[in-house]
Design a protein around this ligand. Sequence first.
Ligand code: F6R
Length: 266
Amino acid sequence: MDEHNMEVIVCPDAARAVTLVAALLETRLRTQPALVLGLATGRTMERVYVELVASGVSFGDVTTFNLDEYIGLRANHPNSYRRYMEDHLFSRVDIDPANTHVPAGDAVDLAAAAADYERRITLAGGIDMQLLGIGEAGHIGFNEPLSSLASRTRDKCLTPTTRKQNAAMFGGDPMSVPSRALTMGVGTILEARELILLATGEAKASIVARAIEGPISSMVSASALQLHANCKVIVDEAAGSELGGREYYDFVFANEPAWSAYRDFG
Ligand code: F6R
């Protein structure tokens, strides 16, 4: 594990990619119980939370900050990200609810809620480890194309691609997916001390290759991860299938001493 580079690990299947991410998180939580952990929602993360809960690791001293929340949904709406987190993680571990943070997408004053979110992250000492997924539009959080690479938490208009990607959770109709979200900015995300991006499935193959190996561009927010000094990208064969540097990534994973405990996943 190299603290000055991006590292790409291609796992044979989605199950092993998920287990590797859960194992990295569990190890980190055991060695640093007061971790400030950045969380993501979405289908890819569901199984990570299942494994994290099953590991029995304590969240008693953990503080969490989620990446984003839909605007206009009440916190207890079945499709809100607050509700997702309660269902998949918070209600299943020993975390203090006061230490869980999700942007207030139902706030009347969204700019104030965004500034408050940034302030809370700073007060917590910054995010130690941030979990990320990637959208088919290249977003991290809900940083859609043309998000400034210096952006902070703010409200953002979602792309048709993203609304289509998330339509299944809203009865299949993209128009039922809220059109805006309150999201950490790319700049906010880049300030986390460590980033872990997980992507699985063929639908992510092209955007993963563009983000990891393409030019850094605000058209693909995830390409900003190339600017981060400690970023792990963990994908399955399907999501990694368009990566040109595969041979080298596999060689690094097989040879870096720090990965020795995790080789079974590669
Ligand atoms: C969710 C988030 C998004 C998702 C991305 C992938 O909090 O920040 O960036 O990680 O849209 O979603 P899935 O996993 O559903 O494909």
